[in-house]
Design a protein around this ligand. Structure first.
Ligand code: ADP
Ligand code: MG
Length: 212
């Protein structure tokens, strides 16, 4: 069964729960190389998004993602707000008019979302940002589908690649965002945005563990 509106809502609910659980952790990561607000920002943004979704009578999956994207842009602030806002707005553009998502639909939507983040923030791989988790996750998902993996397996491999990408940010020197102000001193710390991106994609793999 492809992803339904209900499955998409379940993922977003899980994201909100996981970001709440990890609020202090993400904020601590941001305290080391930024301004100690990433966890608070993401928790506030997803709570606002969930509040808007409660009253949304969505005609399609695209409108669910657009609602989340607009809520994040409006409430998160900083660098993370526009970047995650773009991520979800782009998911919304690609899934407009759809009542369900096949693995191929998810590959295309994720690709648009990740490309949107890159276009907006101009970060390259290795710059120590969320892109270092998102891009490997996208690649792993596409390669898994090409290899004939199931939707569930592809989602699991995508989340594993995001985790690896997140960990790989530790030795990197930040080239974008607030952490870049620290120069070499940003090395030795895991990037907060790469961490929230991993949590979001891991939530997808967990929530959608029974799709096909
Ligand atoms: P701010 O840095 O404004 O306080 P947040 O703390 O919410 O915003 O988010 C910080 C995260 O945003 C970083 O850890 C990094 O992953 C991500 N980030 C910052 N600038 C960029 C960029 N130009 N492109 C992609 N991601 C970025
Ligand atoms: Mg910050």
């Amino acid at each position: 069964m492809p992803l339904t509106q209900e499955a998409v809502r379940a993922w977003l609910q899980r994201c909100a729960a996981v970001l709440e659980e990890n609020r202090d952790y993400l904020t601590q990561l941001d305290a080391a190389i930024g301004d100690a607000d990433h966890g608070v920002n993401m928790d506030r943004g997803f709570k606002a998004a969930m509040a808007r979704l409660t009253t949304l009578n969505a005609p399609d999956i695209g409108s669910i993602f657009k609602t989340v994207g607009m809520a994040l842009v409006a409430t998160v602030g900083g660098a993370g707000g526009p970047l995650y806002g773009t991520f979800f707005l782009q998911l919304g553009v690609k899934t407009a008019g759809k009542q369900e998502l096949t693995p191929q639909d998810w590959a295309e939507a994720l690709e648009a979302a990740v490309n949107g983040v890159i276009a907006r923030g101009q970060a390259r791989p290795g710059d120590k940002t969320m892109v270092d988790a998102l891009l490997p996750a996208l690649e792993a998902f596409k390669v898994a589908l090409q290899d004939g993996a199931s939707f569930v397996e592809a989602l699991a491999r995508s989340a594993a690649a995001a985790e690896e990408g997140m960990k790989a940010t530790i030795p990197m020197v930040a080239k974008k965002g607030r952490a870049s102000y620290l120069g070499e001193r940003s090395a030795g710390h895991q990037d907060p945005g790469a961490t929230s991106s991993y949590l979001i994609l891991q939530a997808a793999a967990e929530t959608w563990a029974d799709v096909s």
